[in-house]
Design a protein around this ligand. Structure first.
Ligand code: AMP
Length: 418
């Protein structure tokens, strides 16, 4: 038997997934985001230039597609590992003039990671971006927008919002110098951190080694190294969030894995998820448009929700039915014998034509049909036996109250809609 590729999933019922997508679409419409779509395949160069060569995603996790032309390295193609870079590319390439450009997209992303609960090689993101927005007020509004959504959807689940402020590139130079001095004076950091110190020093904060983690509690903190402008923005962002009653924790070691971030970074996480606890992450990326070839910088902010992890959370809070998930079956038509099958099909057809959900049971004994009605969660059962057929009526049973009523064919819709 041929199996699916490691780290991928067969989703055998998309109802909950589609529901989450529907809910976020409604929410984003309140903030006037529009939906766009970019390709699943992009040039490898796009991610090398945006996420950074030394990030885990680019150096270890890309799915690169072999070129049909041997030795043709001019167009190396890959499956997208995330969507922000694609959306900025689309902004540049399509010459979008109207800013802020508030857009979102959702769909599969691919990373060659070691699969575990909440971590897959193919997973879905909902990516939301505001391109061309410099005021720090946008950051506050964007984070609030996400927090309101999670609050509404995850009522019983504890989650935290962690924020950090990475400053501008000048701040980063001053800070990384201080960090390097700190590391040079500390002994016992792991070999991976030694390597990170040389290649991508901020990533030391992602180390899972407990010795390193303890040591970094005393490391310099980036928010102590901000220039006046960034310091002002950091202060203002916190003021806005307080005014909007958004609870957050400042985590000075939150750096996020991708190189394009500056200033604001944030992550929503929940302990209910286990090791892979972040279900949404994002931040500001003011220089990305230019790094991808635009003439000017476009100050921007964005985030991605990991859909699979969000679904795990919904499952954990048993909120699936409130998230109005698979509506239980509205009506079920039960012909007693084969002689009533045509009539049953006609009645179900009539009910659906009026926008009401209906199913027909064409097999099984009466007892098994009722068992099935219970399983399907039918609200109404429409029974047609020989007598009902002759009298042009159906017997409608309300499965919740147990009440039964004989209803003429031409009044079925009226009765069900009452
Ligand atoms: P990132 O693009 O790395 O900022 O990730 C944004 C969100 O996507 C994370 O917070 C996760 O919820 C989700 N995510 C990232 N990688 C994976 C993966 N391999 N499997 C499932 N979800 C993922």
């Amino acid at each position: 038997m041929i199996s699916r590729i490691k780290g991928t999933q067969d989703v055998l019922n998309l109802t909950v997934f589609n529901n989450v997508i529907g809910q976020i679409k409604n929410h984003l419409a309140l903030y006037s985001f529009i939906e766009i779509q970019t390709p699943l395949i992009e040039s490898l160069d796009l991610f090398q230039r945006s996420l950074g060569q030394d990030t885990d995603v680019v150096s270890k996790e890309m799915f690169v597609i072999e070129s049909r032309q041997q030795n043709d390295s001019s167009e190396r193609i890959c499956l997208r590992p995330e969507m922000t870079a694609s959306m900025v590319r689309a902004f540049n390439e399509n010459g979008i003039q109207q800013v802020p450009w508030k857009v979102f997209s959702y769909g599969p992303c691919f990373r060659y990671e070691r699969p575990q609960k909440g971590r897959y090689r193919q997973f879905n993101q909902i990516s939301m971006e505001i391109i061309g927005a410099s005021s720090i007020g946008y950051d506050a509004q964007f984070i609030t927008m996400l927090d309101r959504f999670f609050n509404h959807m995850l009522q019983e689940i504890d989650y935290t919002l962690e924020i950090n402020f990475l400053g501008c590139s000048d701040d980063r130079i001053v800070f990384t110098d201080a960090l390097r001095i700190f590391l040079n004076n500390s002994s016992g950091i792991c070999s991976q951190c030694q390597e990170r110190k040389e290649r991508n020093i901020m990533r030391i904060f992602d180390c899972k080694n407990s010795v390193c983690k303890d040591m970094y509690l005393n490391a310099p903190i980036i928010t102590d190294y901000l220039c006046d402008c960034c310091g002002g923005d950091w202060h203002q962002l916190q003021e806005y969030l307080k005014a909007l009653s958004v609870n957050y924790i400042h985590r000075p070691t939150l750096v996020r894995g991708l190189d394009y971030y500056n200033k604001t970074v944030f992550e929503f996480a929940s302990n209910s998820l286990g090791a892979q606890n972040a279900f949404c992450g994002g931040g500001r990326y003011n220089n990305l448009a230019k790094e991808l070839g635009a003439k000017e910088d476009q100050p921007s902010i964005g985030a991605a929700i990991g859909v699979e992890r969000f679904l795990l959370l919904l499952e954990a809070c048993k909120n699936e039915s409130d998230a109005s998930l698979p509506a239980s079956l509205f009506s079920l038509v039960m012909p007693m014998t084969i002689a009533q099958h045509t009539q049953a099909l006609l009645i179900a057809d009539m009910v659906r034509a009026d926008g009401l959900q209906s199913e027909v049971l064409l097999e099984g004994s009466i007892k098994s049909m009722f068992r099935k009605a219970d399983k399907l969660g039918a609200t109404y059962v429409l029974i047609i036996g020989e007598t009902e057929q002759q009298n042009k009526i159906v017997k409608i049973k309300n499965m919740k109250s147990g009440h039964e009523q004989e209803v003429p064919y031409d009044q079925i819709i009226h009765y069900l809609k009452q």
